[in-house]
Write a protein that binds this ligand. Structure first.
Ligand code: ARG
Ligand code: ZN
Length: 878
């Protein structure tokens, strides 16, 4: 481990800033070798800091070269300032109010961390959240310092005709040397993490949106010229988002122009910089022949997410980074609700919950477990997590469930009006919800401070004489690192009762007769008695997944089948089918592990057969129900993870269902395999989803004709959804033709970088004789680019999904990943740190894999690490 162990930062140590920056004037002289940044900060001491003799300490980075500092018109001599070990600029004495001028030089072309100002395929761009701005110039780089920015860009107008920053363009001219000069002004005070600039040779499309109060807003989306044919869908998504935020939250856009720029090299998905969102091109560009249905929906959701941040994040921002979920949890909830409103609510909910239960629950059960508002961190970039985002959204959703849509809207209105222009905390958000509704959410707030996934156990009794039905609940949250004991949390359980014939039973609760209710759990143990229940019911619990918990009730397979067929709640219909599959798969996994021959009975056969026969059902829901729980989800559920046994069991069950229902899958496929002009709309997406699930089962049945259908679909598809589905099934089912199809896919799409990423993932996930040599070859392939996070993610996603290769008992897969992380950490610590995730699971692996996985981590720990990787590795080994 590196000698200087990076220190943790604690929420309890928060102090208001000693200085404020009222106005920030930046001048960037952009050049291919060096970029000169001149910063003029209109500063004063913060009256509420109460400390009057502190030095001025500005954040900086090791990659920022200081040229000179002046206060007002006085150039500081060297003895009046210094750079400390944390790369901060320390100025010993300042007046109470002053103009600070700082000149720095940076080299964006050598910035491989992709934080601050960097180059991505010929353009300059920025990423400042969370702490990137300090890699541009010295600043109070913390979200509670909000300033009005004016930004001037100077660049060669031939090479960089497009020069953008936040706000409105206010001036344009030509310098003495003939360079183009453009000035932007953003009237809204903002923290430095929302600053952005872009310089490049870009094309754009334009549109307008008229706000509810009648103002016209200009909308522009910029890309490199060769991608300009892929931005129309994002423009539509932007307009839908603007309208939805007006309709549902009463939030209007507040500048005259809104811009989005696509860049190829980007650490995350996208960034909500004020008036100038910057997107990973993978989250923006769409065209039917290159983009799958899933990607279309994801692009729409991310465009919405970043746009929604304009209020939940920008107008009202975070006081400090411990409050990250204040903006991210809330904004994820907003984008999820948007997608639910525009498309199928149940389908969207199933997808979001699947993701949460697979990935966030795993995080909550591992060494990096943290509350949605962490109490400490070493590197904030490590806390852009599934917990802060997805569980954070679930916590906001629970408030919505507890208060109802109207109460929630009253709360959000109060939150936005009370805190407009401020940097606030999660407590402020909850307080607004409380005040607007006259409720007390004190206990509820434990969701913000306790990590771990609560478990809820449910038992029941039915009294036929009295016609009463009792549900007994007990809850407990398992210990997580640093939190050995937990208190009971508030858990809203939306539920109903189902009769033997599948109907929704009426019941009386607290004097009210109804068929659905929300029970709010608050105690370790409690019981609820339902009256006037006509027969022994099957309980339908946690409808719509009303709380992020693991709820268990001992259902029989027959009861689950009843819910699957009849529950009025679509989410629980799906969930009941999944539960049947999970039960069967867990039994099969045990059989694989003990070397028994595998069971040949499955309750799913008759259930699926009925689903396939009923053409009236929503195809999208049928496709979801037919999809067996993933290896990743089964791993999360396992006490000890045995990836190979899980995969063997899953392949077995899939093959068994496929063989039993081969004809139904064939006819479903034929029925849905129709030609129509591609549209990413509800009906078509649903049809393609079911068609392609049917194809994968039909192929898994071993039917020769299915293979022929797959090859035909691959060759004749006019859209990426169908072409990719055929290819992915060929690879997944290890068909002989897979190599040939992969080669032809690359041949066809080698010019389309985003499609090549799909090829990289599938190639890396393919079972092959080459072993890890295959991964090495992919990383040497001309299409691979170490600078590009999408390429790295593509290859490593393929590798880590490749059960046979990655989880080889020799530990070679784990060592390979550790070696790559160590190399990458020198270039891009954020990406290196994210790649560590699979290795953090070592304690949950079966003993034969646990040891080699742990050694791979120890091998990493022995090297000289960034703060990012150090934090993950040291916490994993602790
Ligand atoms: N705020 C961005 C979002 O929309 C995420 C940016 C995070 N960037 C980072 N380097 N950690 O969710
Ligand atoms: Zn966000």
């Amino acid at each position: 481990m590196s000698e200087n162990k990076p220190a943790a930062i604690y929420l309890k140590d928060y102090r208001v800033p000693d200085f404020l920056i009222d106005r920030t004037e930046l001048v960037f002289d952009l050049d291919d070798s060096v970029t000169v940044v001149t910063s003029k900060l209109h500063m004063r001491r913060n009256p509420s800091a109460g400390r009057i003799t502190t030095p001025l300490v500005l954040d900086g980075g090791e990659d920022v070269k200081l040229i000179g500092v002046a206060i007002d018109n006085y150039t500081l001599p060297a003895e009046e300032y210094h750079i400390n070990a944390e790369h901060q600029l320390v100025i010993t004495a300042t007046p109470d109010q002053f103009l600070l001028t700082v000149e720095t030089v940076i080299e964006p072309q050598n910035n491989t961390r992709l934080e601050g100002l960097y180059r991505s395929s010929g353009m300059f761009c920025t990423q400042c959240e969370a702490e990137g701005f300090r890699h541009i110039t010295y600043y109070l780089d913390r979200p509670d310092v909000m300033s009005i920015f004016t930004t001037t860009l100077i660049a060669d107008g031939e090479k960089y005709p497009t020069l953008l920053s936040n706000g409105n363009e206010v001036e344009r001219g030509v310098s003495d040397e003939g360079k183009t000069i453009v000035t932007w002004h953003d009237p809204h005070p903002k923290p430095a993490y929302l600053f952005a600039l872009v310089a490049g040779n870009l094309q754009h499309i334009s549109d307008t949106f008229t706000t509810s109060s009648g103002r016209d807003v200009t909308l522009k989306i910029f890309t490199e010229p060769h991608n300009i044919d892929k931005v129309d869908y994002a423009m539509g998504a932007l307009k839908r988002s603007m309208k939805w935020d007006e309709d549902v939250y009463g939030r209007e856009y507040d500048l005259d122009i809104f811009m989005i720029v696509a860049v190829d090299d980007f650490n995350m998905g996208a960034m909500e910089n004020k008036g100038l969102n910057i997107f990973n091109s993978s989250c923006l560009l769409a065209r039917p022949d290159t983009t799958t249905d899933d990607a279309y929906l994801r692009i729409e959701a991310i465009v919405a997410h970043e746009y929604f941040h304009n209020w939940s994040g920008n107008r009202v921002t975070c006081r400090d980074w411990f409050q990250l979920s204040l903006k991210e949890g809330f904004t994820v909830f907003r984008d999820q609700s948007f997608s639910e409103d525009l498309h199928s609510e149940t389908v969207k909910r199933v997808e979001d919950v699947s993701f949460l239960r697979t990935a966030q629950f795993a995080e909550d059960a591992g060494p990096m477990a943290h509350p949605i508002r962490p109490a400490s961190y070493i590197e904030i970039s490590n806390f852009y997590t599934l917990t802060v985002y997805e569980k954070g959204s679930e916590v906001v959703r629970m408030i919505h469930t507890l208060l109802g849509a109207e109460g929630f809207r009253k709360g959000s209105d109060l939150y936005f009006s009370r805190h407009d222009g401020q940097a606030v905390t999660c407590d402020d958000f909850v307080k607004a919800m409380e005040d607007a509704n006259g409720v007390d959410l004190t206990q509820f707030k434990r969701w913000y401070s306790q990590a771990g996934t609560p478990r809820v156990q449910v038992t029941d009794e039915y009294d036929e004489q009295a016609q009463t039905y009792t549900l007994n609940f007990s809850q407990m949250t398992p210990a997580t690192p640093g939190q050995p004991t937990k208190l009971p949390v508030v858990i809203p359980v939306k539920m109903g009762l189902i009769g033997q014939d599948g109907s929704s039973l009426r019941f009386n609760l607290a004097g009210e007769t109804t068929t659905e209710t929300v029970i709010t759990l608050t105690q370790g143990e409690e019981s609820v008695v339902f009256e006037q229940v006509a027969e022994r019911p099957v309980p339908s619990l946690l409808r719509g997944f009303s709380a992020p918990v693991k709820l268990s009730y001992d259902y029989t397979t027959e009861q689950l089948a009843l819910l699957l067929a009849h529950d009025s709640d679509g989410f629980n219909r799906w969930n009941s089918g999944q539960q049947i599959a999970v039960n069967e798969l867990q039994a099969l996994i045990a059989q694989v592990q003990s070397g028994e021959s595998l069971n040949q009975e499955s309750a799913l056969v008759s259930g699926f057969s009925q689903l396939l026969a009923d053409e009236q059902l929503d195809s999208a829901m049928v496709a979801l129900i037919l999809t067996l729980p993933s290896v990743a989800y089964l791993s999360e559920l396992a006490e000890q993870i045995d990836p190979q046994a899980i995969k063997t069991a899953r392949d077995h069950l899939k093959g068994q269902i496929a063989k039993a229902l081969s004809e139904s899958f064939a006819s479903t496929y034929e029925r849905l395999n129709v030609q129509e002009a591609y549209q990413p709309n509800e009906a078509q997406i649903a049809r393609r989803a079911l068609k392609n699930v049917a194809l994968s089962y039909w192929v898994a049945s071993g039917d020769e004709q299915a293979q022929q259908a797959l090859v035909n679909q691959f060759r004749n598809a006019d859209n990426m959804t169908d072409q990719y589905a055929a290819l992915a099934t060929a690879v997944d089912q290890d068909l002989e033709v897979a190599d040939e199809l992969l080669a032809s896919f690359y041949e066809q799409w080698q010019q389309e970088s985003l499609v090549v990423n799909k090829w990289l993932t599938l190639s890396a996930s393919q079972t092959s004789a080459e072993g890890l040599g295959r991964i090495e070859r992919l990383m040497q392939h001309p299409s691979f680019d170490l600078k590009n996070p999408n390429k790295l993610r593509a290859v490593f996603a393929g590798l880590t999904q490749n059960v046979t290769l990655f989880h080889d008992a020799s530990g070679a897969g784990y060592r390979f990943l550790a070696d790559q992380i160590a190399v990458l950490d020198k270039r891009n610590p954020q990406i290196a740190s994210r790649l560590c995730t699979p290795l953090t699971r070592w304690r949950k692996m079966v003993p034969s894999l646990s040891d080699p996985m742990k050694s791979a981590l120890q091998q990493l720990a022995a090297g000289d690490l960034s703060k990012d990787v150090y934090e993950v590795v040291s916490k994993s080994l602790a």
